[in-house]
Each structure stands twice: as structure tokens, then as C-alpha cells.
Design a protein around this ligand. Structure first.
Ligand SMILES: Nc1nc2c(c(=O)[nH]1)N(C=O)[C@@H](CNc1ccc(C(=O)N[C@@H](CCC(=O)O)C(=O)O)cc1)CN2
Ligand SMILES: Nc1ncnc2c1ncn2[C@@H]1O[C@H](COP(=O)(O)OP(=O)(O)OP(=O)(O)O)[C@@H](O)[C@H]1O
Length: 198
């Protein structure tokens, strides 16, 4: 792992973990507004299959957005760390009463139920956590390679679905990230202040 990537991770994780609670709450509200507006701007009113994540480590809080998307009758999924297939993710249906358990990192995920897993290319949107992003839509994550390995199957060709959308605080933006061959750049990143599109 490049030292520079590790340095950026440590630095940005520290900054986002020190955001005051009041700012986190405002950011969660703005995320809800920004993503729902983004959906509306697409003028495709039907219900979508959307993978999201449970916030951890100072990440942009998704809880308000989750409730809003349920109210709008979209179908939601959360990442589940694959029980044996290396460090990849499965996306499992998430409903209000889904049984949950903490994963290796203490992040809640739905208890594995194979009948509720959505194939990656059946998702309309994949909302992704990230530690840092840059001016070109490159993404640096927590360092497990979970999302990159999961997306590797898509990266081979031209795919329509899912649309990859990164979620981040504005303070997670850097000018340029040192990129690696397996990094999958994002076309959209939503922050509380701005929607970036490439
Ligand atoms: N909210 C959220 N969920 C997610 C991710 C994420 O980045 N955010 N992931 C994105 O891939 C996957 C989990 N990846 C993670 C990788 C490292 C750590 C972490 O806290 N690492 C500790 C070391 C802990 C240990 O090794 O036991 C650390 O770096 O301090 C957390 C999640 C799946 N779910
Ligand atoms: N497509 C891939 N194929 C094989 N190995 C990969 C792939 N993507 C990432 N890796 C491995 O995973 C490790 C971590 O990758 P990286 O630092 O890019 O993770 P990250 O983007 O920060 O984490 P995450 O995607 O979980 O948020 C790398 O050292 C690399 O060896």
C-alpha cells in the first residue's frame, strides 16, 4: 500500500471524526435533500433499487436519507461482507424489521439471507462510503478494497447499472489522489454543499 494513500486516510479520517455533532446533523439533512433531488432530476419516477450503507467513523450520516427513501417506496440494500469470497460485498435487502448483526468492524449489517441478496447489476444506484475523493472523481476508501474488488466485475466493460455515487463531507475532498490500477472512478459524488458530476 502506498504510504501517501495511508497518510491521506489517516489525515482525513481524523478531520471527519472531529466534525461537531451539529454539523453532522445538518450534513445528514442536506444529503437527504441533495440525493432525493438528484433522483427527481433523472425524471424516472418509478421505484429504484438502491444500495446504501450504515454510517461509521464520522462518515456522512445516511440515517435520514434511509428513512426518506423508504417513505418514497424505494427498495434499499446494505453491504454484507461476503462470508468466504475474499474481501467482497453482497448487497442484501434492508427493511425496518430486518434482523441485523455487527460485522468484524462493528458496523451493523443484515443477517445473511441468500434469498434477499440483489445481484450487483440489478441495483440502480450504489451509494458508496469513501474516505477521500479528488477533482477527477477518484475514490479512496477505508483500505479493505471491499468496494473495488466487488466492482471489478463491472470495470471490465461498459455498464449501465448500477450508477455509482460517492457520499462525503466537503472536507474529504483533496486535489489529486495517488491512484491504483484497480480504483474505479465515480461519475457522481454528493456532498452536503454540492453535487459533483464527471
Ligand atoms: N459505513 C461503511 N460500511 C462499510 C464500509 C465503509 O467504508 N463504511 N466498507 C468499505 O469498504 C466495508 C467495511 N470496510 C471497513 C474497513 C476497515 C474498517 C476499519 O475501521 N478499520 C480499522 C481497523 C480495524 C481492524 O482491522 O480490525 C481501522 O483502520 O482503524 C471499517 C470498515 C463494508 N461496509
Ligand atoms: N480489483 C481488485 N482485485 C484484486 N485486489 C484488489 C482489487 N481492488 C483492491 N484490491 C486490493 O485491496 C487492497 C486495498 O485496496 P484500496 O486501498 O484501493 O482499498 P479502498 O478503496 O481504500 O477500500 P474500500 O474499497 O474497501 O473502501 C489493495 O492493496 C489491493 O491489493
Amino acid at each position: 500500500m502506498s504510504n501517501k494513500r495511508a497518510q491521506i486516510r489517516t489525515q482525513i479520517r481524523k478531520i471527519r471524526n472531529s466534525l461537531p455533532k451539529s454539523q453532522q446533523s445538518i450534513a445528514a439533512q442536506s444529503l437527504k435533500v441533495n440525493f432525493t433531488q438528484h433522483l427527481k432530476s433523472k425524471k424516472t419516477p418509478n421505484k429504484k433499487h438502491i444500495a446504501i450503507y450504515f454510517s461509521n467513523d464520522g462518515e456522512l450520516d445516511t440515517s435520514l436519507l434511509i428513512n426518506e427513501l423508504w417513505q418514497q417506496n424505494h427498495t434499499l440494500y446494505l453491504p454484507v461482507i461476503h462470508p468466504f469470497n475474499g474481501a467482497t460485498l453482497l448487497f442484501q435487502r434492508y427493511e425496518k424489521n430486518s434482523p441485523m448483526k455487527a460485522n468484524h468492524y462493528g458496523i451493523l449489517e443484515p443477517k445473511l439471507n441468500c434469498s434477499q441478496i440483489c445481484p450487483l447489476t440489478d441495483l440502480d444506484y450504489l451509494l458508496m462510503p469513501l474516505v477521500a475523493f479528488d477533482n477527477q472523481g477518484n475514490r479512496l476508501g477505508m483500505g479493505g478494497g471491499f468496494y473495488d474488488k466487488t466492482l471489478a466485475q463491472l470495470h471490465q466493460g461498459n455498464w449501465q447499472k448500477p450508477q455509482l455515487i460517492g457520499l462525503a463531507h466537503s472536507c474529504q475532498k483533496v486535489d489529486a489522489l495517488p491512484i491504483e490500477s484497480w480504483d474505479v472512478p465515480l461519475k457522481t459524488i454528493i456532498t452536503p454543499d454540492k453535487i459533483y458530476q464527471w
